[in-house]
Design a protein around this ligand. Structure first.
Ligand code: G4P
Length: 269
């Protein structure tokens, strides 16, 4: 990826709107140096709208060009192209000063696994993908696809391997599919999710599972209440915690539980 980064003029870093902090890679800034960067906040359909607005405000205040997108539905993709073109203006101005005309701006999309990079590339490229298919016997170098006038996209995204020292960041990445869930014990991942939901979205678990869950309930009480309400019981009426854990995780990942943002937007300064 670092080799490909050298070939581009603008970098699009895709973040998961549910975890804008955990899905950003602090190493990227070192890799791209002064190159303009545009942030694409994806999966906004699965995130809390109010918190997405706060994250957008916060990132803009830090002088980042940022656009919210929902690549599954194709929302915000046109605005993203506009933001890339705007971010590239200083680069083209420099070229013009040196007498370089008609050189296309080259752009690449980077982000952690499963954030939606390929989905975005397909949206940007559309039917033009067919032209880039491999020909037998031809070694395939980077492929550039024109996505707008004077704008070329690298057809392969850059995968940023998640790096984290903070365990919460790792657990958020596991919850959203950026790292394999098996890296952590499922019950630890679920416990964090439940605690976050109890704190930030206190009504959700009660209304979703028809259980009377209080904000201050301990994790075992929450499991027991959900197990009872949903009939996840073992012989003797004991709560089947594994079953509850799997159900909660599945419901969160599929979006059935609702749209949430796990990373708290930073306070306004
Ligand atoms: P990657 O290249 O960054 O690894 O991610 P990719 O595009 O493969 O997307 C990972 C998953 O996220 C895919 O679902 C994709 O459909 C989904 N996705 C991408 N953008 C959005 C979005 O804005 N909203 C929602 N809700 N989902 C999005 P999948 O289940 O792995 O595959 P599939 O069911 O789409 O085939």
């Amino acid at each position: 990826m670092e080799t490909n980064l050298k070939l581009v003029d603008v970098v699009v870093e895709m973040l998961d709107a549910r975890i804008p902090r955990a899905s950003s890679n602090p190493m990227l800034i070192k890799m791209i140096g002064n190159k303009p960067k545009v942030i694409a906040l994806n999966k906004t359909d699965m995130a809390d709208k109010e918190k997405t607005a706060l994250w957008l405000e916060n990132l803009k205040a830090k002088s980042f060009a940022v656009v919210q997108v929902d690549c599954a539905k194709g929302k915000g993709v046109k605005q993203l192209i506009g933001a890339i073109q705007k971010a590239a203006e200083p680069v083209t101005a420099k070229w013009l000063k040196r007498g370089v005309h008609n050189r296309p701006i080259r752009v690449m999309i980077v982000g952690v696994p499963n954030v939606g990079k390929s989905t975005l590339i397909n949206r940007l490229v559309g039917r033009r993908t067919a032209m880039t298919q491999d020909k037998p016997g031809v070694t395939r170098g980077p492929q550039w696809i024109t996505i707008a006038k004077g704008l070329e996209l690298l057809d392969t995204p850059g995968v940023l391997w998640p790096k984290f020292e903070d365990q919460e960041v790792g657990l958020f990445l596991a919850l959203t599919g950026a790292i394999r869930e098996e890296i952590f014990d499922k019950s630890i991942v679920t416990e964090l999710l439940i605690k976050k939901l109890q704190k930030e979205y206190p009504q959700v678990l009660s209304s979703k599972y028809g259980a009377d869950i209080e904000q201050e309930d301990a994790i075992n009480t929450v499991y027991e209440k959900i197990a009872k309400a949903r009939g996840c019981l073992k012989a003797g009426g004991i709560a089947d915690v594994d079953k509850v854990v799997n159900m909660v995780l599945r419901d969160f990942k599929s979006g059935k539980l609702g749209a949430f943002t796990l990373d708290k937007p930073p306070d306004k300064k």
